[in-house]
Design a protein around this ligand. Structure first.
Ligand code: PEP
Ligand code: MG
Length: 733
């Protein structure tokens, strides 16, 4: 095949060899044109005049049906099948028995391989299996360009090659342009075959047994820890022990594939079959199967090889990324991430944000549309991905990247300038953090401390529950890195959209309103107390600030605070130093507190307004659902009045208050907050520069008067009015 034989002659030879080895009178290869049509590319047994003439549209004929279903079709009498499309030019009248299998690459059917016989017969399971394996090899050869000339390949949908734009969700802000690196590397053609089927069989069986044991152990483990994913694990177990799944893999290995190639084959088949399913249940199952395949590859030692060297400007392409995956890539070369799945609260999103790597997720079908080495753009400002972009798109993105860099440089120059408004009010700008890595950016941002340390992130990126030592070690590192700057640790805010696989959590109809955050902490005092103990230990006598998330009633705060007292006493009894100063605060996220601030504030040392949640509850609009999350504007009278109520109550009672939701990091929103009288804002690191620029140009008194008058507006949003006001008084927003 490597010889200088014309491409068509090679294909003709291939159909001859396959036909002979399958004892078939007809063997044909159909390939998919970019138009979606399936064209007869080579045949042994049908009329040669039909080659490159016979074409079937998507879903037309038996061949079209095979592509649509992504599955083999085995018929004893093809012409009597309802989908049969008669094509006189092929001369296929005498053939009754028909076996066709899809040519799969990734989850895409790029063509169909067919064998036919005169007699009415049903091909055996072994024959179907054999033909599928031949098809797998054939697809790889076609895909690798071994069988067709570049010219012929141009119009064949072997590998995606047209520019594409995909819309997803923004997980970590920024822009990147680079080359695609597939996290889950397909098995290289030279690693597909083994000379020793027996040894491969042993490898496969050992890996499957290991996988089964792992899942069984997870299921038998402490139910309290497994909890929420119990159902999922049970599905895994069903699949892992499934005879059909095992048999498919074993047969593939027996016929000469390596164990990895066998997994790949079974995986492509599942993807092709289930990938088009609209049924959410089936799609979930596909997801489970993908996980299982990934696990099996890891057991084979052939999983993602993350230590491989990256090209410069690498854009990582993955279905999803586990906790440790991202950290193992070379950060200096990894410029962006595109994910097929994930959520804003998933590991990958959290770590990408901490590393300041632009990331777009929920790009359905991504992996089947991108090839290793393709140029790609991550537009994590709009939540889009451009695959193989056209030159004008590249130019546009490059100039946007330049503007971003210039702005960054401008903000960096403001780093050491204290944030005073023009009329002399000091605004304290703090940073939100959640992982040790975040602390690296603290000195660069010019933030004056950490206003919100989301302790649950450590739990979300871990494979198992972080124990006392691990928690203490993290908090100590954070406090050491912060030096004299204050750090406000928020106790675990798990539940809602932040789930960990190892903790029990029943499926809830309304997770955002469910068993989460401090509710969980109060019901599982051991968990909360362990964390408080770790915090007190890590402080080693230094000042400590702790706050509780999602407090909805004063009683909850009182009880939570009593646990802090218990832990201080506990430390004291063991001769450990108590924090030199201990501030305990509440997050204001549940609207109920707005009408009980008079009772709450005297019990607290400070409060912090979590506007992400407060506004979601105020407007009854799920913050994670794009259909409703942007429907209500934080710059609207109800939201601003609620915030003003909090600000006023805090000012009257002398309670320090900060805002730590995302809005604090957006210049226009921060302008409104400053105008309302808030003077401590805690935000994502990227917000500090732009917000400081706003503060430095702001006349707070004038802003206050303007915003105050807008609180009475009868309209929905006052965004435009606030923007006009800012421009009128020359504020840089
Ligand atoms: C908030 O709700 O505004 C907040 C800061 O907490 P989180 O985003 O972690 O829920
Ligand atoms: Mg919150």
């Amino acid at each position: 095949m490597a010889g200088h034989v014309p491409a068509q002659a090679k294909l003709d030879m291939v159909v001859k060899i396959i036909g002979r080895s399958m004892v078939a009178e007809v063997c044909s290869i159909y390939l998919r044109r970019a138009s979606g049509d399936l064209e007869l590319f080579a045949t042994e047994g049908l009329a040669q005049g039909a080659v490159h003439v016979t074409r079937l549209r998507r879903g037309e004929g038996l061949v079209g049906e095979i592509v649509r279903a992504g599955a083999p079709l085995n018929l004893s009498d093809a012409p009597s099948h309802p989908a049969f499309a008669y094509r006189p030019e092929t001369g296929e009248d005498p053939y009754h028995a028909f076996l066709g299998v899809p040519l799969l690459r990734g989850g895409r059917a790029i063509g169909v391989l067919v064998v036919q016989n005169r007699t009415e017969r049903v091909y055996s399971d072994e024959e179907v299996e054999d033909l599928q394996i031949i098809a797998m090899v054939l697809s790889e050869m076609v895909g690798a360009g071994d069988l067709l000339s570049q010219d012929q390949l141009k119009d064949v949908e072997i590998a995606p090659h047209r520019p594409e734009r995909m819309k997803g969700a923004r997980f970590s802000e920024g822009l990147a342009y680079g080359v695609a690196v597939l996290h889950e590397q397909p098995v290289a053609p030279e690693e597909m075959f083994s000379d020793d089927a027996l040894a491969e069989d042993v490898r496969l069986k050992t890996a499957i047994a290991g996988l089964q044991r792992q899942i069984d152990t997870m299921l038998e483990g402490d139910r309290g820890l497994v909890g929420q994913s119990y159902e999922v694990l049970e599905t895994y177990r069903l699949f892992a022990h499934d005879r059909g799944w095992n048999r498919g893999l074993e047969e593939a290995v027996r016929s000469g594939l390596t164990a990895e190639a066998a997994v790949e084959r079974v995986r492509s088949e599942h993807r092709a079959r289930l990938g088009q399913a609209r049924d959410p249940y089936l799609r979930e199952r596909l997801h489970d199967l993908e996980d299982l395949n990934d696990r099996l590859l890891r057991h084979l030692g052939g999983g993602a090889n993350v230590s491989r060297s990256l090209p410069e400007n690498a854009i990582l392409i993955a279905r999803n990324l586990g906790p440790a995956d991202l950290l193992e890539y070379d950060r200096t070369r990894l410029k962006g991430i595109l994910l097929e799945e994930g959520s804003n609260a998933s590991h990958a999103a959290i770590v990408a944000k901490a590393l300041d790597i632009p990331c777009v997720g929920r790009l359905v079908g991504l992996r089947d549309r991108v090839n290793e080495g393709d140029p790609v753009i991550v537009d994590a400002e709009t939540g889009e991905a451009y695959l193989r972009p056209r030159p004008d798109v590249i130019t546009a993105i490059q100039s946007r990247m330049e503007v971003r860099d210039q702005r960054k440089a401008q903000f960096a120059r403001l780093r050491d300038t204290p944030a005073f408004t023009k009329d002399g009010a000091k605004i304290t700008l703090l940073m939100n953090a959640g992982l040790a890595i975040d602390m690296e950016s603290l000195p660069d941002t010019g933030a004056e401390g950490i206003g919100l340390f989301r302790t649950e992130f450590q739990f979300m990126v871990a494979e198992e529950l972080p124990r006392l030592e691990a928690q203490t070690a993290l908090y100590e590192r954070v406090l050491d890195a912060a030096g004299d700057m204050p750090v406000t640790f928020r106790t675990l805010d798990l539940g809602g959209d932040k789930l960990v696989p190892y903790m029990e959590q029943a499926r809830e109809d309304n997770p955002a309103l469910g068993w989460r955050a401090i509710r969980m902490g109060l019901d599982r005092p051991a968990l909360l107390r362990m964390q408080l103990r770790a915090l007190i230990r890590a402080a080693k006598g230094r000042p400590l600030r702790i706050m509780f998330p999602m407090v909805a009633s004063v009683d909850e705060f009182r009880t939570a605070r009593s646990f802090v007292d218990l832990e201080v006493t506990w430390a004291h009894r063991r001769g450990r130093p108590a924090p030199e100063r201990l501030d305990v605060g509440a997050m204001i996220e549940a609207p109920s507190l707005l009408w009980h601030l008079d009772a709450l504030l005297p019990m607290t040392d400070f409060v912090s307004v979590g506007t992400n949640d407060l506004l979601q509850y105020l407007f009854a609009a799920d913050r994670g659902n794009p259909l409703v999350s942007d429907r209500y504007d934080p710059l609207s009278p109800p939201a601003l009045r609620a915030l003003k109520t909090i600000q006023k109550a805090c000012a009257d009672s002398g309670t320090p208050v900060s805002i730590c939701g995302e809005i604090a990091g957006r210049p226009l929103e921060a302008f409104a907050l400053t105008a309302l009288g808030f003077d401590t804002l805690s935000m994502p690191p990227a917000g500090i520069g732009p917000v400081k620029k706003m503060v430095l140009s702001c006349d707070r008194a004038a802003a206050g008067r303007g915003v105050e008058s807008l609180l009475k507006s009868g309209g929905g949003s006052v965004r435009n009015e606030i923007e006009t006001l800012a421009r009128k008084i020359y504020v840089a927003i």
